[in-house]
Design a protein. Structure first.
Length: 244
């Protein structure tokens, strides 16, 4: 694959990445940094971080007055779901206040839009030694060709298991997927002990999720883009030296 074709593909990918980054910043600006939620009993509280994932759990020290032990796992999931709903409502309100729709006046035909200025070619990661550009582009196209399969694939997930399997948390990139807890084990624990165990399981689940996300197609495409940027930068340097 020629240098010009590789550079053109990289330019398109960079523009798409910049658009996605701008949209991500807009959405992030519309969301509160942290959101809290509780289950119906109020015994379980969860805080969601800026990424929408649970950041911390807390269990009321007097939780046994409000919650049955066999309902503990579902109550954790309920608290996380309540926080997620509050976060979604905050996002919807922010989007409404942004007035995306604008006025109700008829929209006139848009004026011709000039062609965008070429995007300056980034250099990519300086520590990355890229493979042959044709190989990298072919691998990227293979991933893109399988978008239907990617869309139907399950989300990356990570699990945190504590107390020899008595407590398990499962996370996806969308949030808490499930919490399972052995009722007999739960019944023997104080609120502080349950809080500590939940947060330890959360830390393990987040680490496992991060590892799984690195192997997901989106992360692979990002890595391939880094390679193409590094290759294009190396070719530009070589061309500059030859012109001297």
């Amino acid at each position: 694959m020629g240098c010009a074709m590789t550079e053109a593909l990289v330019q398109h990918l960079v523009q798409l990445q910049q658009y996605a980054t701008g949209l991500q910043r807009l959405v992030a600006g519309a969301l509160p940094a942290r959101v809290e939620g509780t289950d119906a009993s109020g015994a379980i509280r969860v805080v969601l971080g800026p990424d929408g994932l649970p950041e911390a759990f807390s269990v009321d020290e007097d939780w046994k007055r409000y919650l049955r032990a066999d309902a503990f796992g579902s109550a954790v999931s309920e608290a996380a779901g309540a926080a997620a709903l509050r976060r979604a409502a905050a996002w919807a309100n922010a989007m409404r206040d942004h007035d995306w729709a604008g006025s109700n006046e008829p929209v006139s035909a848009p004026e011709p839009v000039p062609a965008p200025e070429p995007v300056p070619m980034p250099r990519g990661r300086p520590d990355l030694r890229p493979r042959d550009p044709a190989t990298v582009v072919a691998e990227a196209l293979t991933i893109i060709d399988d978008l239907d399969g990617i869309a139907g694939a399950p989300l990356p997930h990570g699990a945190g298991v504590m107390a020899f399997g008595k407590l398990q948390l499962r996370l996806t990139i969308a949030g808490l997927d499930a919490c399972e807890a052995d009722p007999q084990w739960v019944m023997q624990k104080s609120g502080e002990e349950l809080t500590d165990t939940l947060n330890a399981a959360l830390a393990d689940a987040k680490a496992a999720l991060a590892n799984a996300a690195q192997a997901a197609p989106a992360a692979r495409l990002t890595g391939l883009l880094d390679e193409m940027l590094a290759a294009a930068g190396a070719q530009a340097d070589l061309a500059g030296r030859s012109d001297r």
